[in-house]
Design a protein around this ligand. Sequence first.
Ligand code: AMP
Ligand code: ZN
Length: 304
Amino acid sequence: MSDLNTQHLAFKQQLFDHKLLFGSGVNGIVGRSSKIVELVAALHGMVDKESVKDGAQKVAFPPVVPRELLRTVGYMNNFPQLSGSIHSFSGDDRQHLALQETVKNGEDWSPHLSQTDVTLTPASCYPLYPTLAGNLPEGGALFDLNCYCFRHEPSNDPARLMSFEIRENVRAGSPEEVQKWRHSWLDRGHNLLESLGLSVVLDTASDPFFGRGGRMMKASQKELELKFELLVDIWGKDNPTACASFNYHQDHFSHLFGIHLADGADAHTACLGFGIDRLVIALLKTHGFDMNAWPASVREKLAL
Ligand code: AMP
Ligand code: ZN
């Protein structure tokens, strides 16, 4: 077993032993104690203060999206390995008996189900784009979203979950407006995480596009600097963890959903995402389990 895996397992066990998180028996699905609920609220409060300065408009979607949205954005081409389809039973009494038999035998029950119209939300920003179809107001628009997202990447790492919150801001506007906004957030985000006493570096990054075709997508995303990440040292300098991402989509979503500027030209979009659950783990690993004993500057920043 690798050192890193041993570290992950040991720290996760400590979190459970201290009753900060509750295990579910499945990797990547954890419950939060009241202390962690409080810390999550504090992290959102900290982001609130920043987003409000920009006049971001809050929008809240549930953790499921229409299945057709994933088809439109090409999710099954790019990230099928992370997807979370939702299936349900729509058979008759005879088929129900067969289903129950399968369940009782401990077998895979999926052959008895059929696909529903919804899937689990993979990123907080996805459900927003279709709602922006049409002309944006002069100066574009800025939104603030938060959602539990699902990605099928079970892991022993307590900072890599299958169900976790991504606090996002989405900017839509002219290429200049959108690039300027993303650029300014690279520094703001960096400062924000550093003010939490975390060891942070900024780097270009790529999304985990699937398969051989995905390799080219990853390379071009990096080369064009379409994705930056703030990497935090949770498990040692050689294994930094992305705790925030800053993505420039150019006109990708605008083409798919018909998003235009006030003058009718194609809009551009960008989003940023804070991995709330990762920040929780980074803070606990860096400053210890007793939040009352955290450095005063960190407690102040989080208004704890
Ligand atoms: P992404 O859309 O991949 O850029 O993800 C946005 C942010 O969500 C990342 O910067 C991470 O902080 C966080 N994140 C991504 N995947 C996971 C995961 N499996 N568990 C916890 N947080 C995650
Ligand atoms: Zn996004």
